[in-house]
Design a binder for this molecule. Structure first.
Ligand SMILES: [Zn+2]
Length: 407
C-alpha cells in the first residue's frame, strides 16, 4: 500500500487494522469513482498473500510518509518480488478473486442483462456456488486457499448487486469461512443492505486534490493545461479523468479525420471538441442565438460519440450505460461553464476556465442553472429516459439563463 496518493486517512486506517492482526473478514471501501479504492483493495490482498511481507517504519517510507501515523509506526507492505506478489501483478493469483461487471455477460444465461446490475448468478458463480441440478457450480468461497495464505474476494461496484444477490452473500458473511476476506467496493454504500454494512469494516476514500491529480495526469501524457482542466472536470476522480482523457483523445482523432471545420476557432487548442461545442452553444443560448433544444441535441450527440469510443475499449459493456455516463460527463461541462460565470460574478479565482465569450451572469440565475444540472446528472444515473430528460433540462436551463440576461 505504498503508491496510492492522496488517501492518507484510508491507508492509515487499514495499516492500523493490519497492525492489530485482527483483520475483519468483510470490508467496505466507499468513496468517489477512480480515487484508488480498487487499487488499494488489490494492494491489501497482495500484502496479506505475500510470502515475505516487508515491515518498515513509516518515517523510512520516503515521500509516501503518512502524516496520520506515528513516525515509528511499523507499516506492513507487500514485497513485490515473491511468486505471490508477481501472480497478483499478472492477475493470475489463484486466491484473489475479482467480481466485476465484466463477469455479468459470462453468467447471463438468458442473454438479457444490460450489464447494469450484478445478479445472483454472478455471486453464485464467482463466490457462493449454486446447487441447482442444472447449473451446479462449486462454491469458490468454501474451497481451500491454494497457496495456503487465505483467500480474497473483491467485489467491484458492489452497490449494483441486486437485492437477492446481496441477501445470498449476507448468509456467507454471517458465518465467513476461515481466512477468507471480502472487500466490497462502492460509490454508494447506502445501496448495500444495512445488515451487510453492519458486518463490515468501513473505510472511506475521498476526492483527490488538484495537487495529486495534475502531476499524475501529466505523467500519463496530458499537457499541463489539459491536466488542470481534466482534474477540474473529473471532480477529484483520477480514474474518471484518465478514462475521459482517453475518450477525448480517441474522439478528437475521429473528429480530425472527418476534418470538421465547424469546430469554433479558439486560442486554447487544449480543449476537446465536446467542450468547445457545449461551451459555444451555451454562449449562444445566453445571447439568444440558440434555444435550449440546440444544447439537448449537442449533448445527446456528444454522449453517443462518447459511448461509441468507450464501446471500442470495452465491447461487452452496455451501450446504454455509456450513453448515460456520457450525458453525465457533458452535463458536467455545462456545470463547469456555469461555475466559471458564477466565479466571474463573484470575483473568485477560476482554475482552468472553459472557453467562452460570456463573462459574468447574475448569481441567482447561475445558481438556479447549476441546480438544474445537478438534478439532471442524478436522473441520468437513474432510469430516466435520456431524450426526455435532456429536453426538459435544457429548456429549464434556457429559461434560467435568459432571465439572467440584463435588460
Ligand atoms: Zn511478496
Amino acid at each position: 500500500m505504498l503508491n496510492i496518493q492522496g488517501q492518507s486517512t484510508a491507508l492509515a486506517h487499514i495499516q492500523r487494522v493490519v497492525h492489530s492482526g485482527r483483520i475483519a473478514s468483510t470490508w467496505i471501501f466507499a468513496g468517489p469513482t477512480g480515487v484508488g479504492k480498487f487499487h488499494t483493495a488489490v494492494e491489501m490482498a497482495k500484502t496479506s498473500l505475500c510470502d515475505h511481507p516487508i515491515h518498515r517504519p513509516n518515517m523510512q517510507n520516503g515521500e509516501l510518509f503518512n502524516a496520520l501515523l506515528e513516525p515509528d509506526f511499523v507499516l506492513t507492505l507487500p514485497c513485490g518480488q515473491c511468486e505471490s506478489c508477481k501472480a497478483i501483478e499478472l492477475s493470475t493469483h489463484p486466491d484473489l478473486h475479482v467480481v466485476s461487471r465484466e463477469l455479468i455477460r459470462y453468467h447471463d444465461r438468458d442473454g438479457k442483462s444490460k450489464g447494469t446490475t450484478l445478479s445472483i448468478q454472478v455471486i453464485r458463480g464467482e463466490m457462493i456456488g449454486d446447487d441447482s441440478p442444472e447449473h451446479r457450480v462449486e462454491p469458490k468461497i468454501y474451497k481451500r486457499s491454494q497457496r495456503g495464505r487465505g483467500k480474497w474476494f473483491i467485489i467491484d461496484d458492489a452497490d449494483v448487486m441486486v437485492i437477492p444477490a446481496q441477501t445470498s452473500l449476507l448468509k456467507t458473511l454471517e458465518e465467513p469461512p476461515a481466512q477468507t476476506f471480502i472487500i466490497l467496493i462502492t460509490t454508494s454504500p447506502t445501496e448495500l443492505l444495512s445488515t451487510i454494512r453492519s458486518r463490515s469494516q468501513f473505510v472511506q476514500f475521498r476526492d483527490l486534490s488538484f495537487a495529486v491529480m495534475v502531476p499524475e495526469l501529466v505523467n500519463r501524457g496530458a499537457g499541463e493545461a489539459q491536466a488542470k482542466l481534466l482534474a477540474r472536470l473529473s471532480g477529484g476522480s483520477l480514474g474518471r479523468a484518465i478514462i475521459f482523457m482517453q475518450a477525448v483523445i480517441a474522439s478528437d482523432r475521429d473528429e480530425q479525420d472527418k476534418a470538421d471545420t465547424k469546430t469554433p476557432a479558439t486560442d486554447q487548442p487544449a480543449f476537446p471538441h465536446w467542450i468547445n461545442t457545449i461551451s459555444s452553444t451555451l454562449d449562444n443560448i445566453f445571447t439568444g442565438r440558440n434555444g435550449g433544444m440546440a444544447l439537448a441535441e449537442v449533448i445527446q450527440k456528444s454522449a453517443e460519440q462518447y459511448a461509441k469510443t468507450m464501446l471500442k475499449r470495452d465491447p461487452l459493456a452496455s451501450k446504454d450505460r455509456f450513453v448515460r455516463d456520457g450525458v453525465g460527463l457533458m452535463l458536467g461541462f455545462v456545470a463547469a461553464w456555469l461555475d466559471d460565470r458564477l466565479r466571474h460574478a463573484t470575483g473568485a479565482q477560476i482554475i482552468a476556465p472553459l472557453p467562452s465569450h460570456v463573462q459574468a451572469i447574475p448569481l441567482a440565475n447561475a445558481q438556479e442553472c447549476i441546480a438544474v444540472c445537478r438534478q439532471a446528472e442524478m436522473q441520468a444515473d437513474m432510469n430516466a429516459h435520456i431524450g426526455v430528460l435532456l429536453a426538459s433540462t435544457c429548456i429549464a436551463l434556457e429559461q434560467a439563463l435568459r432571465t439572467a440576461v440584463p435588460a
